[in-house]
Write a protein that binds this ligand. Structure first.
Ligand code: GAF
Length: 390
């Protein structure tokens, strides 16, 4: 057990033993950051995420009674469950578990009732993918418990399907993939078309990944996410109709082709397509910057991504914009942008290590007086993907 694992792993294990008197399997799956490549995963583009040292922990064992009991330490709630009818529950956290059970059943791998205790330190609603971490922990744990023989990418696909179908968010593959494939000190360049990937060592020198947490999550986030996806699909249908079958996704559409069709697309669909095609190219170029150790060029691309998400993709919000605007021009900050689906959560920043405290002290009061929220901050260290905690 690593020191990061120890506290939460011990608490889920202890609570499990108190409730069920059986020794459980304990599994951990991390949250993620994404350096660049936002809203590109469901357009079959590229992303550059890393697993972080904040994770969800699950203690789990087959149930010995006619009902399973699932306990959440974070929500201080429990649900009694049987698998007679798999329908969404009032407790959202439990649906992330039930959705995995549902997908396993649908894929011909029904599993017996189980008891579990879950807890995590991935901040909820921060854009660090606490839900994907929970789904990844559950599928990884059930795969271990019942020797289902699923590979990590099969588990990621299953978790994505569960989120799409059971939770109803049409997310891409990035979050689960990162949670299941993370490697300490590395980012993952993932090709979301064929799921081929490459680990890049993170060499940030004197710079650190710092997340500033807006403390808000606007309620339209899930519906707006699905709407963006639908607008991208509308764009794909347009390009298929006019340019033929090889266009399977926006990945296949050159930026110039989008620009050439400005007058034939609605302003909304045009802007969404332009952002996505630009972001896919920007992500590839940013990976080259990282390989060449050119962090300054990488940082500028982060700012450019934010501009695109703000004005073309329209998934930012005043709180995120405030935080990105506030660090632009700070000599210690190489790059910043909103991270994840949008409408709240965190910005991701590349900040010189000696300037982090002073920057927080400068930003926090300005954020409080302008946005009326306390500013959160997380220093992120990359971590390992899902694993059994010994
Ligand atoms: C959310 C989704 F879950 C991801 O699949 C991805 O689309 C991301 O938003 C935006 O890049 O985290």
């Amino acid at each position: 057990m690593t020191s990061n694992d120890s506290v939460l792993a011990t608490s889920v294990q202890k609570v499990f033993l108190d409730h069920f008197s059986t020794q459980p399997l304990v599994v951990c799956a991390p949250g993620r950051v994404n350096l660049i490549g936002e809203h590109t995963d469901y357009n079959e583009g590229f992303v550059l995420p890393a697993a972080v040292d904040k994770a969800v922990y699950i203690a789990i064992a087959p149930s010995t009674s006619s009902q399973g009991k699932w306990v959440s330490l974070d929500f201080n709630e429990s649900v009694d469950i049987d698998f007679q009818q798999i329908v969404p529950l009032p407790q959202r956290w439990a649906n992330y578990i039930l959705g995995i059970v549902d997908q396993l059943q649908k894929s011909g791998k029904p599993i017996p009732l189980f008891d579990c205790v879950v807890a995590g330190d991935v901040p909820i609603g921060s854009g660090m993918s606490s839900s994907a971490a929970l789904e990844s922990a559950v599928v990884y744990a059930l795969n271990e418990l019942h020797q289902l023989g699923l590979s990590r990418w099969e588990m990621a696909l299953l978790a994505q399907k569960s989120e799409n179908e059971f939770i109803g968010v049409k997310c891409g593959i990035m979050d689960m993939f990162a949670s299941l494939h993370g490697k300490a000190n590395h980012v993952i360049r993932l090709d979301c078309r064929d799921l081929s990937f490459e680990y890049f060592p993170i060499q940030l020198g004197d710079y650190r990944i710092v997340l500033f947490d807006t403390g808000v999550k606007h309620s339209l986030a899930d519906s707006a996410y699905n709407a963006r996806r639908a607008q991208c699909e509308e764009g794909v249908r347009f390009f298929q109709k006019h340019y033929g079958a090889p266009t399977k996704s926006l990945r296949d559409v050159p930026i110039a082709m989008v620009q050439a069709n400005r007058s034939r697309l609605s302003a909304e669909v045009y802007n969404r397509c332009l952002y996505v095609t630009e972001e896919i190219q920007r992500t590839l170029a940013a990976c080259e910057d990282l390989k060449n150790g050119d962090l300054a060029a990488f940082g500028l691309k982060m700012f450019a991504t934010h501009e695109g998400l703000r004005h073309l993709y329209e998934v930012s919000c005043i709180e995120l914009d405030f935080l990105v605007d506030a660090v632009q021009g700070e000599p210690a900050v190489l790059g910043a942008r909103m991270m994840g689906g949008g409408f709240g959560g965190c910005t991701i920043n590349l900040v010189h290590k000696d300037a982090i405290d002073a920057l927080y002290k400068k930003l926090a009061p300005a954020y409080l007086s302008n946005m009326q929220h306390k500013l959160g901050m997380y220093m992120v260290v990359t971590g390992e993907g899902a694993h059994v905690v010994e």
